[in-house]
Write a protein that binds this ligand. Structure first.
Ligand code: AMP
Length: 415
């Protein structure tokens, strides 16, 4: 089955075509046939397309909305330029898998999209006003362009965390606010946490029941998940993806009193404060330079920039604090998994987060750590370390494609 995987942001659209079926899933033999990204939808869009085994082709073209962007992608997919093996016409796209950010308590697993599901995703817009509308644009565009006869599946960022107990997901505010408005912690990056936990089981031969680990996704957005007996027990993001770690431009945990204080002192509206905490804070806010960890590490090393160093220190300290609290919540863990752009590529940050934890049984092997960059997978702990530490590159698209196949064939998921 050729699955078109779509990940729609407010002004971007990422896609992959993945060939997969139950036998290929069993043998881990799924094939990525093509991938691409369109950014700056709504004006002169930046387009990058790449068929497997070929170089990326890039161009700039005006694309007014997500439907125009998807139309551009679809035309390329079936064009002579792309020459994607096994894809001659639109009939060769057998299903579509959509990343959907917020499923709230309505969607606890991936699901075939019909009108009722679309209404459900619309009902979650209140909780994810930036993300769900963009995801819906992708869903509507693909229904219009490919037809409703092509099955489409929604895979939610929140659903992996639906196993969290009340003690993890409730905020300590009046309980009726949870009843009335469903104000609670939902968690995000679920597809990534779920994928790396699955890979951990593949690499170690552990069963789901035996999976007691902490997964740490460090990218532009960052979150950790405490996984107990294979299920999410706690996670660092909350009602929205703002809670938890210091991130590229997000503050992460902050005393809510700061909001009132800011509004008094700076005369800011709630929406301005929301923008400040989501878009102007985190690594960018502290350093005053950039949200990009790679550039910050360079600035700190090459120019001893004080605020770049401070941003890195605060980032690593907050991550360590979560690691410690999750180790306590789980009564210890068998492994820590690093993933995401920073987690997969920065030996320095991994070392910083795990430093001085030998007393907890965590010790990194310096050589193994520096080797695991650029998509390499494997252990980075020393032989003495009681807790294993892994780098596992995430692959959310693969999981979306596999969930899509299982939903379409109505087969219960294994991962
Ligand atoms: P993601 O959102 O998962 O694509 O991750 C993006 C983040 O990963 C950015 O902050 C990048 O600077 C960071 N990143 C990518 N490569 C490296 C690297 N080699 N060292 C440090 N950070 C990196």
């Amino acid at each position: 089955m050729n699955v078109l995987v779509l990940n729609c942001g407010s002004s971007s659209l990422k896609f992959q075509i993945i060939q997969t079926d139950l036998e290929m899933i069993e043998k881990d033999a799924d094939k990525q046939l093509a991938k691409g990204i369109i950014e700056r939808i709504g004006s002169q869009a930046l387009v990058s397309f790449q068929a497997a085994g070929k170089s990326a082709v890039k161009h700039v073209t005006p694309l007014r909305d997500h439907k125009a962007a998807l139309d551009h992608i679809v035309k390329w997919i079936i064009s002579a330029d792309a020459l994607i093996p096994g894809i001659q016409s639109l009939a060769d796209i057998h299903a579509v898998g959509h990343r959907v950010v917020h499923g709230a308590e309505l969607f606890t697993k991936s699901i075939i999209i019909d009108n009722a599901v679309i209404r459900g995703i619309e009902d979650c817009i209140d909780l994810a006003p930036l993300h769900n509308p963009a995801n819906l644009k992708g869903i509507n565009a693909s229904r219009e362009l490919l037809g409703t006869g092509v099955p489409a599946v929604a895979v939610f960022d929140t659903s992996f965390h639906s196993t969290m107990p009340e003690s993890s997901f409730l905020y300590a505010i009046p309980y009726q606010l949870y009843r009335r408005h469903k104000i609670r912690r939902y968690g995000f990056h679920g597809t990534s946490h779920r994928y790396v936990a699955f890979r951990y089981r593949q690499l170690t031969g552990k069963t789901r029941e035996e999976t007691n680990i902490i997964t740490v996704h460090l990218g532009n957005g960052c979150s950790a998940c405490a996984i107990k007996n294979g299920a999410s027990f706690d996670t660092s993001m909350g009602l929205s993806p703002l809670e938890g770690f210091v991130m590229g431009t997000r503050s992460g945990d902050i005393d809510p009193a700061v909001l009132e204080f800011l509004s008094h002192k700076e005369g800011m509206s709630m929406s301005e404060i929301d923008t400040l905490l989501n878009k102007q804070s985190g690594l960018l806010g502290i350093s005053g330079l950039t949200n990009d960890m790679r550039d910050l590490l360079d600035e700190a090393k090459d120019h001893q920039d004080r605020r770049a160093t401070l941003a890195i220190n605060i980032f690593a300290q907050r991550a360590k604090k979560y690691l410690g609290s999750y180790l306590a919540e789980l009564n210890g863990a068998d492994a820590i998994i690093f993933t995401g752009g920073i987690g997969e590529n920065s030996a320095v940050i991994r070392q910083r987060i795990c430093s001085n934890l030998e007393w907890l049984g965590i010790e990194i092997d310096e050589q193994l750590n520096v080797e695991k960059v650029g998509g390499k997978e494997g252990e980075i702990n020393s032989k003495k370390s009681r807790v294993k530490v892994f780098v596992i590159p995430t692959n959310e698209e693969l999981l979306i494609a596999r969930d899509t196949v299982r939903c379409v064939l109505d087969v219960p998921r294994k991962i």
